[in-house]
Ligand binder design. Structure first.
Ligand code: KIV
Ligand code: NA
Length: 265
């Protein structure tokens, strides 16, 4: 199998071939997602919500992200694996940022790291890149800054924030990032950023004019049930399927239907 590389992703952008990206946090799911042919697997800090049940992404630790990242990498043969740098491990100073990124690369064998922010974290981005670690940016709605934003609503609807987002995108490109995630912004702005930078722009709620799409796996599979923003397309109702299967198992145990003659030694 020919592996997806950052170089191959930029070729895809040049060709106009859209890039498909999903999250995964564990070995079993990552194996399925990789075998299905996904281009990029993001070990997102959304693991904080999806895996650990926190209400924000802030509590997840670097050690926990490394556990998830290493589990995913063990399963993957083709996709590019990107691991999120969690809150508090890169914003303060660029030396700490580099140290965090190095730990992720050494202890998970992932291909790249992702972090949130533009100009504010540019020094960290550059320092990580200077060590030869590929970096993906993340602008627009940045869940690690939820306490600053105060809401998970659409970002950059106003001129000033849109201009900053465009400027930050160019700064990240110039610094040497191989791609940028844009979360929950107007489609027109997503399209403009994708047109004005040469690196691939992957959107989540950023419209169809960007170079690729990303969704949280458990959301698009319908495992999570409460979360339904406009940008989310559900490809399955796995919650119903799983509850149905578990319900059948419970009934079979209670009725002594399971195990049958052939299911014992
Ligand atoms: O953590 C995550 O799942 C993400 C995606 C929403 C891009 O950062
Ligand atoms: Na994230």
């Amino acid at each position: 199998i020919r592996r997806v590389t950052t170089h191959r992703l930029s070729e895809m952008k040049l060709r106009g071939e859209k890039i498909a990206m999903l999250t995964a946090y564990d070995y079993s799911m990552a194996q399925l997602v990789d075998e299905a042919g996904i281009d990029i697997i993001l070990v997102g800090d959304s693991a904080s919500n999806v895996m650990a049940g926190h209400t924000t992404t802030l509590p997840i630790t670097l050690n926990e992200m490394i556990y998830h990242g290493a589990s995913v990498v063990r399963a993957v043969n083709r996709a590019l694996v990107v691991v999120d740098l969690p809150f508090g491990t890169y914003q303060g100073n660029s030396r700490e940022a580099l140290h965090s990124a190095i730990r992720i690369m050494k202890e998970t064998a992932a291909d790249a790291v992702k972090l949130e922010g533009g100009e504010e974290v540019l020094e960290s981005v550059k320092r990580i890149l200077s060590a030869g670690i590929p970096v993906m940016g993340h602008l627009g709605l940045m869940p690690q800054s939820i306490h600053k934003f105060g809401t998970y609503t659409v970002r950059a609807k106003e001129e000033a924030e849109a201009e900053k987002l465009l400027k930050d995108s160019k700064l990240l490109e110039e610094a040497g990032c191989f791609g940028i995630v844009l979360e929950k912004i107007p489609a027109s702005l997503g399209e403009q950023v994708a047109r004005e930078v040469r690196i691939p722009v992957i959107g989540i709620g950023a419209g169809g004019g960007v170079d690729g799409q990303v969704l949280v796996l458990h959301d698009m599979l319908g495992i999570t049930q409460q979360f339904s923003p406009r940008f989310l397309r559900r490809y399955h109702n796995l919650a119903a399927e799983i509850k149905g299967a578990v319900g059948n198992y419970i009934n079979d145990v209670k009725s002594t239907d399971f195990p049958n003659e052939k299911e014992q030694y």
